[in-house]
Design a protein around this ligand. Structure first.
Ligand code: FMN
Length: 146
């Protein structure tokens, strides 16, 4: 069990979508990103979830504002992806993804229903607003816990 502080006044939840520069993301690349993220995010008290579908990423980062912004700046300059769209950057509240420093869901054919539930015929996370992005992230988070 990971023990996170809630930092009630200083918590930030940042959600963004991006596109992999090298085409469809391989499981090796996903594993490398997640391993590094877990290692760094543990030190930075960041929790979150990364969803990968074909060449798209949707990620939520939550934690102390300064740490989230520092991590996001590093992630944003990573040449493995581009076309970043910030969907939400919200201060306050409590953590919604407190189970992991970074969990990852690599989408498969069985995920069409969850996408359809938020109005997507395919994984195009850049078109989501905050509410639908959170709905999708939470539904994949629940899968992950099973
Ligand atoms: C889609 C994507 C998500 C990433 N998420 C994180 C993250 O949550 N935390 C993190 O530290 N690095 C993340 N990275 C990796 C960073 O871009 C960067 O390579 C890494 O933080 C460098 O860490 P280092 O300075 O310890 O080597 C992500 C990279 C990509 C492409």
């Amino acid at each position: 069990m990971i023990e996170f502080e809630d930092h009630p006044r200083g918590l930030v939840r940042l959600i963004y979508a991006s596109r992999a520069t090298g085409g469809a993301v391989s499981s090796d690349m996903a594993t490398a990103i997640v391993a590094k993220s877990i290692q760094n995010n543990r030190v930075s008290d960041i929790s979150g979830l990364l969803v990968i579908g074909a060449d798209r990423f949707l990620q939520v980062l939550e934690g102390p504002a300064g740490e989230v912004e520092q991590t996001f700046a590093r992630v944003a300059s990573d040449t493995r992806h581009s076309d970043m769209t910030v969907i939400a950057r919200r201060a306050g509240g409590t953590r919604m993804f407190r189970n992991w420093n970074m969990a990852c869901r690599h989408l498969g054919l069985g995920d069409a229903g969850a996408l359809k539930a938020v109005g997507l015929a395919f994984f195009a996370p850049e078109s989501l607003d905050e509410e639908r992005a959170l709905t999708l992230l939470k539904s994949f988070g629940e899968f992950h816990l099973q």
